[in-house]
Design a binder for this molecule. Structure first.
Ligand SMILES: NCC(=O)N[C@@H](Cc1c[nH]cn1)C(=O)O
Ligand SMILES: [Zn+2]
Ligand SMILES: [Zn+2]
Length: 475
């Protein structure tokens, strides 16, 4: 089956230095969507992709999305591209994002985050290497390897690459819904490569994601930051209120203390109980990914359930708080606490928001503080669970076995890619998550990396998947 694949694989190996260089160029563009000052770099990264795709012969459009909500900042463009328009072939729509999480060497990185540094053991370190520049470039590299090998591209490829995923995909949903019957109308299925294997050796295909509701809690009081010697003990301090509110959201065992959250979670079914044992996942690999043994649970099943099918609440930070080294004796006038809830079936965005706002206001009112509180969701994206019983998943499973020599696990994921559900609803087609990187890649963390092996074999995997898609009978 898929007879041209050996020639394709050989060409990917031959071109591997060129493909790594393409990733090096992409990592060097600090396309951090969360930082206003970096917006020109995000736009530059979109342009880089558009130029590379144009050179490969794709037709490319940079779609403007208007202003970022509540700001004067232009949103970065969505790169929409088409490669091939042969009515006798299937059409696959792929999505990825070219923005990255913030990173600074001083966060604790061993090397400059926006320089791709290749270690002797094959780790390619750099912000965005695995999330999501490596996988996005994987599609471009697959096109190039086919061209150089002289192998006919097996499908028509539609591409949608956005630059705001790490900041809530502002503006993308409207575009995807609008183009469901437009630019994306020909799509027979959707494939997203923006997640990770559960461990470091066994590949997986993913059919579920948690959603995310991200919140701000603002507490303000004094008109300006104050000297704590002069005003300590006389002014009510916003940070004191905020820390007490934040401490009331979740306990050290990860239990969410907000009434109205656990009540929305779908009960565990007997069928589901048996699902976890068959999954290749070890606590040892988790400890390696975590860099410590500080897990809430000691066993695989409860750990996987906590990641996939129960909600979690994480405290992320406090804007306006002193966080440098040294000993600044300030009372911050206004602080904004940031936290998010990863949501699961059958939680509803609005119901969850209402429960959060009600609870935070109640806790604050019990403090008897004269400060002012505002609590509001910053962005929300729904959870997604799909059926893996579809030719899209069968093709990916065959490709995985061909490239990695092992049948993939079928997994869910704790992270969120809210546009996944939007693609499913807008196109009415099956969506598959086909990861390239592994659990130790450290996405969003310091020293993010993509192993050279996962990048190169991942390029083979994406191409092989398209060949098997072309061979699958419709179901
Ligand atoms: N690779 C997917 C990913 O990292 N998604 C982000 C999405 C997000 C939501 N709010 C901010 N980023 C995630 O954190 O899961
Ligand atoms: Zn991502
Ligand atoms: Zn991410």
């Amino acid at each position: 089956m898929a007879p041209q694949l050996d020639g394709y694989f050989q060409k990917v190996d031959e071109l591997s230095d060129k493909f790594i260089d393409r990733l090096r160029q992409a990592v060097a563009i600090p396309s951090v969507s969360a930082e206003a000052a970096r917006r020109p770099d995000v736009v530059r990264m979109g342009q880089f992709l558009a130029d590379e795709l144009t050179k490969l012969g794709a037709s490319v459009e940079l779609r403007q999305l208007g202003k970022q909500e509540g700001t004067d900042l232009d949103l970065p463009p969505v790169v929409l591209a088409r490669y091939g328009n042969d009515k006798s072939k299937r059409t696959i729509l792929v999505y990825g994002h070219y923005d990255v999480q913030p990173a600074q060497k001083s966060d604790g990185w061993d090397t400059e985050p926006f320089e791709l540094v290749i270690k002797e053991d094959g780790r390619m370190c750099g912000r965005g290497s695995t999330d999501d520049k490596g996988p996005v470039l994987g599609w471009l590299n697959a096109i190039e390897a086919h061209q150089v090998a002289g192998i006919d591209f097996p499908v028509n490829l539609l591409m949608c690459f956005e630059g705001m995923e790490e900041y809530g995909s502002d503006g993308l949903d409207d575009l995807v819904y609008a183009e469901g019957k437009g630019f994306f109308a020909d799509a027979d299925a959707v494939c997203i490569s923006d997640n990770y294997w559960l461990g470091t050796e066994k590949p997986c295909l993913t059919y579920g994601l948690r959603g995310v509701n991200y919140y701000n809690i603002e507490v303000s009081g004094p008109g300006a930051d104050l000297h704590s010697g002069v005003f300590g003990g006389t002014a009510q301090e916003p940070m004191t209120d905020l820390v007490r509110i934040m401490a009331s959201l979740v306990d050290s065992e990860g239990r969410i203390l907000i009434p109205g959250i656990a009540e929305q979670v779908a009960p565990v079914t007997p069928d589901e109980e048996g699902l976890y044992d068959g999954i290749s996942f070890s606590m040892e690999t988790l400890y390696e990914s975590l860099g410590s043994k500080t897990t809430i649970f000691d066993d695989k099943k409860r750990t996987l359930m906590a990641r996939w099918r129960f909600p979690s609440l994480s405290l992320h930070g406090i804007e306006g708080a002193f966080s440098g080294s040294g000993a600044k004796t300030v009372i911050p006038a206004k602080v904004i606490g940031k936290f998010s809830i990863r949501t699961v079936p059958n939680m509803e965005i609005e119901k969850t928001n209402e429960a959060v706002v009600r609870y935070v206001e109640e806790v604050f009112s019990k403090l008897g503080s004269k400060n002012t509180l505002k609590v509001y969701p910053q962005h929300c994206g729904r959870w997604w669970v799909a059926s893996p019983n579809h030719w899209n998943f069968s093709a990916a499973a065959k490709a995985t076995e061909r490239v990695w020599g092992v049948k993939p696990d079928f997994t869910r994921e704790g992270g969120s890619i809210p546009v996944t559900l939007t693609f499913e609803q807008a196109t009415g087609k099956n969506v598959l998550l086909l990861p390239m990187g592994s659990s130790t890649d450290g996405a969003h963390s310091i020293n993010e990396k993509l192993d050279k092996r996962n990048y190169i074999e991942g390029i083979k995997l994406l191409g092989a998947y398209l060949h098997y898609v072309a061979e699958e009978p419709m179901n």
